[in-house]
Design a protein around this ligand. Sequence first.
Ligand code: XMP
Length: 183
Amino acid sequence: MQGDIQRVLIDEGVISRRVSRMAEEVQADFPEGPLLVIVLLKGAMVFASDLLRRIARPLEIECLNVASYHGATESCGRVDFLDRTFPRVAGRSVLLLDDILDTGRTLHAVAARLRDEGAKEVRTGVLLAKDKAREADVRATYVGFEVGDEFVVGYGLDFRGRYRNLPFVGVLKPEVVERAGPP
Ligand code: XMP
């Protein structure tokens, strides 16, 4: 698996230190009272599990399945909510976590839905933000790292369902993507 990686962008130790710092930022910012954290599956699960274990205050965790990528390495433009139910967020302070901010459509669509459902306050956290113009008007409250506009894997992020368990964020060798063929 590691042999498929062309280069490591952010190593494990650097991620760990930054995630600890982000946990401190979240703790300092949110008002007292139970926090509701919504984790976007599957990409944010590794980031969320590290971040949330460093937050020493009461919180509840919900997960949402949304699809915006459908196996390609470019966003397809539509955000689908895949769950049959939606968490009860009315009146709650919500922290929405995703792996990466790319076009911005996913975070924008989910944050809008949370507000429609009556969330009192919505903040957003992403491990990575691509350095590019967003297609949706959204900015993450907490950003771990800015990365270039290239496809990345590891620490929760996948290509065709693989590489999520890499402990670092890296870039695949082009031949790995080519070999995989069309989605
Ligand atoms: P948008 O474009 O809505 O994208 O901001 C957010 C979702 O797209 C996926 N995504 C990626 N997944 N490597 C990945 O493995 C990437 O470089 C990448 N860029 C976007 C991801 O699921 C994210 O939640």
